[in-house]
Design a protein around this ligand. Structure first.
Ligand code: NAI
Ligand code: 15L
Length: 266
């Protein structure tokens, strides 16, 4: 059990879903986000912070025993927004951790680091990144930052290439990529408890019938997802209708991220 856990991006979708589960792994939780949070529970406190503000991030991390880093831009956006939240923000977080006792970091990376691999390719964590967006590039940067800070400073971090962490799968692609928040919580617990974490990359998907990812290099964590998208398969496929096998959004793992417009062209 951790003492004080820092949860960045706490006002977002995953943050909101994870919050009620966090007493299972931490005594107190410091919530943080650039947006306000009103409903703070007794075991929680809140500090508003822009991840791009180095001094504020340094103060935020002081005294925490572990970090779940969800904060940042979570979809394709302008380079300036991504630069502040996901590039400068990640640097600030790792620097702050280094200066304050190196609490373990769980970094919310994304499947969009490898979004330009086809769905018939089976990937492990050694696959060379093929980002499908500026957003995916920024997550690859975060993983590289984790690698560098471990090799140079011994800062331990689990980068979770999250698939699709939502209440239920919203389309056929998510039948393969879906991650139940309880499985994410269990993965975080194992990463904080493991005798050694080092710099590890894992794909964050539940025990779905279809998978494109192989987590053998993170097997030492003993993570066994309990949930599966199977219960929604018939409903999701019926709602979606026929898929065009020539559509790049159907061919590639990143789905619609490979077909959306480039932000600077808009
Ligand atoms: P979200 O967009 O709902 O939440 C992200 C939070 O970060 C927001 O509350 C936002 O206000 C905050 N934020 C953005 N810029 C910030 C800044 N400069 N300083 C401080 N806070 C800032 O995203 P969601 O879905 O909750 O995802 C959480 C994390 O997991 C994100 O890092 C996302 O990239 C990653 N992820 C999520 C997936 C999913 O399926 N939900 C899949 C893959 C990765
Ligand atoms: C992500 O990285 C995004 O944060 C999330 O909004 C979804 O688009 C998810 O990937 C996905 O690929 O389904």
């Amino acid at each position: 059990m951790l003492g004080k856990l820092l949860l960045t991006g706490a006002a977002g979708g995953v943050g909101k879903a994870l919050r009620p589960l966090l007493p299972r792994i931490a005594q107190t939780v410091l919530l943080s986000d650039i947006n306000d949070i009103q409903d703070v529970a007794v075991h929680e406190s809140f500090r508003r912070c822009d991840l791009g503000d180095r001094h504020a991030v340094d103060e935020l991390v002081d005294g925490v025993d572990g970090i779940i880093h969800l904060g940042g831009i979570s979809v394709e956006k302008s380079f300036d927004l991504i630069l502040n939240g996901n590039i400068v923000g990640v640097y600030n977080l790792f620097e702050a951790a280094r200066h304050h006792g190196k609490p373990r970091i769980i970094f919310a990376s994304s499947n969009h680091v490898v979004g330009y691999y086809r769905r018939d390719q089976y990937l492990d964590s050694t696959a060379v990144p093929r980002p499908d967006s500026l957003y995916g590039v920024s997550k690859a940067f975060g993983e590289n930052m984790a690698s560098f800070y471990f090799d140079k400073f011994g800062q331990e971090c689990l980068s979770v290439r999250i698939g699709s962490c939502f209440p239920k799968p919203a389309n056929p692609r998510m039948l393969a990529t879906w991650l139940h928040v309880e499985d994410l919580l269990d993965l975080c617990a194992r990463a904080f408890e493991a005798p050694r974490l080092g710099h590890t990359i894992i794909y964050g998907a539940s025990g779905n019938d279809e998978t494109w990812w192989d987590n053998r290099h993170a097997a030492f964590l003993g993570w066994k997802p309990k949930h599966s998208s199977a219960q929604w398969r018939a409903e999701v496929l019926a709602e979606a209708g026929a898929q065009d096998p020539k559509d790049p959004a159907v061919i590639y793992q990143g789905g619609a991220f490979v077909t959306i417009g480039h932000p600077s062209d808009e």
